[in-house]
Design a protein around this ligand. Structure first.
Ligand SMILES: Cc1cc2nc3c(=O)[nH]c(=O)nc-3n(C[C@H](O)[C@H](O)[C@H](O)COP(=O)(O)O)c2cc1C
Length: 162
């Protein structure tokens, strides 16, 4: 199975999640991982399974991620086994679902074989001043935290492979 993982990560969590996904995929997967920040998107028709993931900032996905999810790509995803994952620190399940809906289009969510909110992390030393202020005031976070959940990621991979 030719599997492509495409991620966009600002401080490394979506990258970690991508590595965990690769770890949990069965060995018959030939996995290519690309980082949307600096890699070119390869020819999607060469892949059977595509897994896309990013993170959420102040209720929104990043602009370059939205730009990537254009109709051109969405039309191609429609013919693939698709998985979607989102990194974030929201703990309430209903709000996590809302965050998934604000980052991925309805069409992608409907088509996806598996979708998951996999948790997130904050490493204060990696944040710029504005981000520190935002996490302190909005998320009430002042120290490093990680809720990245390997069990959720493993379950997501099992769903993809069903
Ligand atoms: C400035 C800032 C705003 C954030 N806003 C949200 C948010 O609205 N909802 C949420 O669930 N997590 C929020 N987070 C948590 C991030 O999604 C989390 O740190 C994630 O792990 C970042 O992943 P990345 O390093 O791959 O970009 C925010 C984090 C920062 C630094």
């Amino acid at each position: 199975m030719e599997t492509l993982i495409i991620y966009l990560s600002k401080h490394g969590t979506a990258q970690k999640a991508s590595r965990l996904i690769q770890k949990f995929l069965s060995p018959d997967n030939n996995v290519t991982t690309i980082n949307l920040s600096h890699d070119n998107v390869p020819e999607l028709s060469n892949y059977d399974r595509i897994i896309i993931g990013t993170s959420i900032y102040v209720g929104k996905g990043r602009r370059s991620f939205a730009k990537f999810c254009t109709n051109e790509y969405i039309n191609l995803f429609a013919h693939k086994d698709l998985g979607l994952f989102l990194c974030g620190l929201e703990e309430d399940y209903q709000k996590q679902q809302k965050e998934l809906e604000s980052v991925f289009s309805e069409r992608l969510l409907r088509h996806a074989k598996a979708k998951a909110f996999v948790g997130g992390e904050i490493i204060i030393s990696k944040l710029n001043c504005l981000e520190r202020l935002t996490v302190r005031t909005i998320l009430k976070i002042t120290t490093d935290v990680s809720t990245l959940d390997e069990n959720i990621i493993e379950e997501f991979v099992r769903k993809m492979e069903k």
